[in-house]
Design a protein. Structure first.
Length: 389
């Protein structure tokens, strides 16, 4: 799948940079064009692979390149005011060569959480290609303002995009891990999972062709209908023929026992991907649509195993819209990526919604209190002035 990726804010820019690194390493060709947008000049300078001409600094008149300080309302205002500057970079994207836009943003800060929904709305108004979001939720230990930003941004972002793919930092940070080390590892996990998913169907000259092709239309159809999506992933190392070692149990040499063994191994890998750690933890029962992608050396992929894995996903989700296929790549492991779209039973989202409701109630209470204080102040002043007249 060919994507125009736009990293909005610090986290978004770093993740898009990582996607470009993944493209270079695997030759997957996912990122057709990459843009970074930020209110902080230092964050843009810290990027390695996004071309300098595609790094857009917005809000210079208001924040002078120093960022918005986790103020996502200011982030949204600046995005609205400077949307033409962002569009200037997007104009360089060969839109006729892409399948979709993907806006990547951390939802806890100010620039990404405020600006990404603004950009999504703008792109949907102008282009016919799907506009997806990849939103990263902050960890619970990052502070109340970040959780509140995420609660506000999430509600707006999911409404403006064709589908919101979510990664929850809370489920991935390790105890005692440094903040920087934790984020670097999390970004690697994000790119690994979504890289396998979006890389499916991109075949170059001389590549092995999949037995059951997953192309961009399969991904688009799975993400159609909107809502929230999560991705599961599992991998197992295999030994290739040129490694000098014994072949893995995934190897299918045409023998009935080998075929049955390979089928079972793939089915087991699919179960591990769907029931293990998802990018956004949730119950998979009730997911509206699903997509299974198996990647690895073509000799280790088995159509019967993929079909059985797909049927198992149908049973677990209760959905009849479960697609599946394989994606041969020359790497020493077999990986299963499971995209679950239109998920509903998500504790983290319920928690964010409650935060948003409580915040709004607090704002309303403060507003009423300030109005009452103002009325009381005016009345006191009138009482003081009455004797003079």
């Amino acid at each position: 799948m060919k994507l125009a990726m736009i990293g909005f804010g610090q986290a978004g820019g770093k993740i898009v940079d990582k996607f470009l690194e993944y493209d270079e390493r695997t030759g997957s060709g996912i990122v057709r064009s990459a843009v970074a947008v930020n209110t902080a000049k230092a964050d843009l300078l810290g990027l390695d692979r996004i071309p300098e001409e595609n790094r857009v600094l917005i809000g210079q008149a208001r924040v002078k390149g120093h960022g918005v300080g986790a103020d996502n309302e200011l982030g949204a205002e600046i995005a609205e005011e400077d949307i033409d500057e962002v569009q200037g970079a997007i104009d360089n994207i060969p839109v006729h060569e892409i399948d979709a836009f993907l806006i990547v943003a951390g939802l806890g800060g100010g620039t990404g959480s405020g600006g990404s929904p603004v950009l999504a709305k703008h792109l949907k108004r102008i282009y016919t290609e799907p506009v997806y979001g990849l939103g990263v939720l902050p960890g619970g230990d990052e502070g109340g303002i970040y959780t509140l930003n995420a609660a506000r941004s999430f509600q707006t972002f999911v409404r403006e995009v064709d589908n919101l793919l979510v990664f929850d930092n809370d489920a991935w940070r390790k105890t005692g891990e440094s903040v920087q080390g934790g984020y670097d590892e999390i970004n690697d996990e994000i790119v690994r999972r979504f890289g396998v998913l979006f890389g499916a169907g991109e075949v170059g000259a001389g590549d092995n062709v999949a037995e059951s092709v997953v192309d961009s239309s399969e991904i688009i159809n799975t993400l159609s209908g909107g809502g929230v999506s999560t991705v599961g992933y599992a991998t197992e190392s295999v030994e290739t023929e040129d490694s000098g070692g014994l072949l893995s149990r995934f190897k299918d040499d045409g023998d009935d026992m080998d075929t049955a063994n390979t089928t079972n191994r793939i089915t087991s890998l699919v179960r591990k991907a769907a029931l293990g750690r998802l990018t956004l933890p949730c119950e998979i029962d009730g997911a509206e649509r699903a997509l299974l992608v198996l990647s690895g050396p073509s000799a280790h992929l088995n159509r019967k195993g993929i079909e059985r894995g797909r049927k198992w996903l149908e049973e677990q989700t209760g959905s009849m819209e479960v697609r599946g296929g394989d994606y041969p790549i020359n790497e020493p492991n077999v990986a299963a990526a499971v995209l679950l779209s239109g998920v509903h039973n998500v504790p983290r989202i319920k928690e964010l919604q409650q935060v948003a409701i409580e915040a709004q109630e607090n704002i309303d209470e403060l507003r009423e209190e300030s109005e009452e204080n103002l009325e009381s102040l005016v009345e006191d002043e009138e009482d003081e002035l009455d004797p003079l007249f």
